[in-house]
Design a protein. Structure first.
Lengths: 221, 320
């Protein structure tokens, strides 16, 4: 199978999103913002006004804290950029997507197909995963400019809302589509057939733990 | 006896922080290149190629390899005759200053926060952070500074096993850890897997962590039977059929390192750790005359560190 490479706007058209297939490699152009638990809690639970026009400025939410600094003169330096695991943000994402019109959720590891079907697909949104993980230096090269950092005082550098102008930023992998299918679950299913053979001869621990599963086709997230 | 100057310690520690974040150690890089050459899963192959490009980009741009720059920590090994200007309290202060300064200069991500109040000093320094651990070595007036910036969230687990669980029980917990954290690539594999066996619960965790971060790709445990297990476990992990990011592939484990410590007669505690695609470690040996020798092999697990006897006879060392 040959891998397709696609350039995509961070304010993508519905048609451009519909084109994406699981496993496509995507490079992004336009404005992208970082938002994770700190931003979600401040915007959704504390009802603070979001300091950007969303989704007209950007429909791309990156689950990321960059390795960056704010200089004494107020300018920014951004080094490496990589994502953090997204499954932890399922609690806030439905409300966030409804409120901001986010169409591209970008992070590490994806969500479940249940998440995709319940609130990604109805919002016309898909999930893009970073690659590696840890192509931080490559992604850093796609940062044309750091436009702003919001809520740094309130949330700290790691949780602040960074606004990044992307120029062919990538690679990212398409990990969900408009059917709500999940790339990682597809791969898990392919691997599942081999699990019994690998475990052959091993035995369960004599001392069990509460809530223990013996089904290796399950996930822990 | 000449003391090792404090300014040299801080300057070297700052260099090490940057080296660890930016430069992938040669042994891991060689291991990953070998893995990339054998990988035939199309998505896994793409990921490994992207990682190899990323190491180059990081070096050229003097940028951290990965945006999550881990949680910086220090291992300090002191030759028995080593003396530090200002003593050990001054040394700890120098390492804390270097950590804070490098966090701003490189820059690194200020990952360290208070567990409850989420207070972030934006410099990776706080209560118990960075961790500083010590080891000693007979002979020598040098100190080794080792920094490791390991990721902190996934890929690590602990379990109290018992003698009746045997090697098959050890294998199962090893596979369970790879399966649980390998899916979706949460462990950022292919990784250097470290296994700690024995010790008390806390030491078991330390042994496994040290096995993953303080031993290189290609190293072997000095006990030939354990060395054979390391090779067998590497093959076992790579036979799951899971590769980078949890995609179909054949490279999950670049190296499996096992370290042991004597434990309670009734138990067989076990820990598993994964040192990721950005295996950040850097080492320097500092001498009182101001010489600094950089390297990437911590060379932590010497015969002295693994000693079994009551006394350590210098003659014993000479004989080997």
């Amino acid at each position: 199978m040959s891998i397709r490479e696609i350039r995509l706007s961070t304010t993508p058209t519905p048609e451009a999103i519909a084109e994406l297939r699981l496993g496509d490699i995507v490079y992004l152009d336009g404005l992208m913002y970082t938002a994770r638990e700190g931003v979600y809690m401040r915007a959704l639970e504390e009802k603070a006004n979001i300091p950007m026009e969303l989704p007209s400025e950007s429909a791309a939410n990156f689950h990321c804290s960059p390795a960056a600094r704010i200089n004494a003169d107020g300018s920014f330096d951004m080094g490496a950029v990589t994502a953090t695991a997204s499954f932890r943000f399922a609690k806030w994402l439905p409300e966030w997507m409804a409120k901001t019109g986010a169409k591209l959720i970008i992070g590490k590891g994806g969500m479940t197909s249940k998440d995709y079907k319940e609130y990604f697909v109805p919002n016309g949104a898909v999930y893009l995963s970073t690659v590696g993980y840890g192509t931080g230096a490559l992604l850093g090269r796609g940062v044309e400019k750091v436009e702003a950092v919001h809520w740094n005082e309130e949330l700290g550098l790691a949780q602040a809302m960074w606004v990044i102008r992307c120029n062919r930023m990538g690679p990212f992998i398409v990990a969900s589509d408009l059917n709500g299918d999940c790339l990682f679950e597809r791969e898990n299913a392919k691997i599942a057939g081999n699990i019994a053979r690998v475990y052959e001869g091993t035995k369960p621990a004599v001392l069990k733990r509460y809530g223990e599963s013996d089904d290796r086709s399950e996930e822990v997230i | 006896m000449t003391q090792i100057p404090l300014s040299l310690i801080q300057r070297t520690a700052e260099d090490l922080m940057a080296k660890a974040a930016i430069e992938i150690p040669e042994d891991y890089l060689d291991g990953l290149k070998r893995a990339a050459a054998t990988e035939d899963g199309d998505l896994s192959s793409f990921v490994l190629k992207a990682m190899l490009e990323n190491y180059e980009a990081a070096k050229q741009d003097r940028s951290a390899m990965c945006g999550d720059t881990g949680v910086p920590r220090w291992f300090v090994k002191l030759g028995n005759e080593a003396q530090v200007e200002g003593g050990m309290v001054a040394l700890e202060a120098a390492l804390r200053r270097a950590t804070a300064k490098a966090t701003f200069d490189v820059p690194l991500r200020p990952n360290r926060v208070h567990p409850l109040w989420r207070t972030d000093h934006n410099n990776n320094v706080g209560i118990g952070a960075p961790e500083i651990e010590y080891g000693f070595e007979p002979g020598g007036d040098w100190i080794d500074l080792i920094t490791v910036h390991k990721g902190g969230l996934f890929g690590t687990d602990y379990r109290m096993l018992f003698p009746s669980d045997g090697v098959q029980g050890i294998k199962r917990f090893y596979l369970d850890s790879l399966m649980a954290f390998g899916k979706r690539g949460l462990a950022c594999q292919p990784a250097i897997i470290g296994i700690g066996l024995g010790g008390s619960k806390d030491i078991c965790m330390s042994l496994g962590k040290r096995a993953s971060v303080l031993r290189t790709v290609g190293s072997r445990n000095s006990d030939p039977r354990i060395a054979a297990m390391e090779e067998e476990f590497k093959e076992l992990g790579n036979s799951i059929g899971m590769g980078a990011m949890g995609f179909v592939g054949k490279n999950m484990v670049i190296q499996c390192n096992i370290e042991v410590g004597y434990c309670h007669t009734g138990g067989m505690p076990m820990s598993v750790h994964a040192f990721c695609l950005s295996s950040r470690r850097a080492v320097a040996r500092l001498y009182p005359d101001g010489r600094v020798e950089y390297r990437t092999d911590p060379d932590w697990f010497t015969d002295y560190q693994r000693r079994e006897t009551v006394d350590w006879e210098p003659a014993q060392e000479a004989a080997e």
